[in-house]
Write a protein that binds this ligand. Structure first.
Ligand SMILES: Cc1cc2nc3c(=O)[nH]c(=O)nc-3n(C[C@H](O)[C@H](O)[C@H](O)COP(=O)(O)O)c2cc1C
Length: 244
């Protein structure tokens, strides 16, 4: 057996080359078939209890993209006003993104996972995990969609800055999303305006443990605070070759 079977090599070419880009070539139309190919990949994702608690809304109307961009730019300003120190990106790119897909999660499926539904402490404990199961399920599906878009040669952008209640209340009626459901993230994609760049990734020996958690790899709270203060903005917005 070869060290790297062909399928693994092909998969890793897609996985390595999936890169976030926040600005796309504006005058490109995504063929309907590409939306279907991307969501076909999303459809095959694994999920807890095989519940598949997701829906995807393809946005084709420029006015809706514009409204989304305006709402996100307002969010940028709101974060600046409350002095949130997160290095918020520029959301203007949503306006001209050729591909925009809204990801909708159905949290009611939490009851399809192991829970008691009797309001007890035990139930609460299981519900907390059920929520994690649901989030992991949707993420698995979204990731498949992102990899499919990358495999089609598109740059991708995963946007989650929409979970807050106020934004949900504004966006749901606009998109006719039933109140019971949640807009969990937005996927933008298209040919990149400027070439995508590879961001820093941890080395394998920083994340891989054998048999037991290796204490040498445990970051202290101070380590994390230092990382946030000194490195986060670089790893978010810089090419890995420009990270010291
Ligand atoms: C769960 C998740 C949430 C994210 N949320 C946002 C977001 O709200 N806005 C944004 O500009 N990028 C967002 N990103 C993109 C990350 O910033 C990006 O994946 C990260 O910097 C690593 O870069 P890479 O995708 O090129 O590897 C998100 C990515 C993931 C997986």
């Amino acid at each position: 057996m070869k060290a790297e079977p062909d399928q693994y090599t092909s998969l890793m070419a897609v996985v390595r080359n999936r890169m976030t880009n926040r600005a796309f070539k504006p005058d490109c139309t995504i063929p309907t078939q590409h939306y279907e190919m991307i969501l076909e990949a999303a459809r095959h994702a694994p999920s807890g209890a095989n519940a598949q608690p997701w829906h995807y809304i393809v946005i084709t109307e420029p006015e809706t993209k514009s409204l989304l961009a305006d709402r996100f730019k307002a969010e940028q300003k709101a974060r600046a006003r409350v002095k949130m120190k997160f290095p918020t990106p520029n959301y203007e790119g949503i306006r001209s993104a050729p591909g925009v897909i809204i990801v909708v999660a159905d949290f009611r499926f939490i009851k399809a996972f192991p829970v008691l539904n009797d309001g007890s402490d035990t139930d609460r404990m299981y519900k907390q995990n059920a929520e994690r199961i649901l989030l992991q399920s949707v993420a698995a599906s979204v990731m498949s969609a992102h990899l499919a878009a990358s495999a089609l040669g598109y740059a991708v952008w995963w946007i989650t800055a929409i979970g807050q209640k106020a934004i949900q209340q504004e966006l749901k009626p606009l998109l006719a999303v039933p109140d019971e459901l949640d807009i969990i993230d937005i996927m933008c994609f298209g040919p990149p305006l400027k070439a995508s760049y590879k961001r820093w990734k941890k080395d394998l020996n920083q994340i891989l443990h054998w048999d037991r958690f290796d204490p040498a790899l445990f970051p202290t709270d101070d380590d994390i605070d230092t990382w946030i203060r000194e490195h986060r903005h670089h790893v978010m917005y810089r090419d890995e070759s420009r990270i010291d």
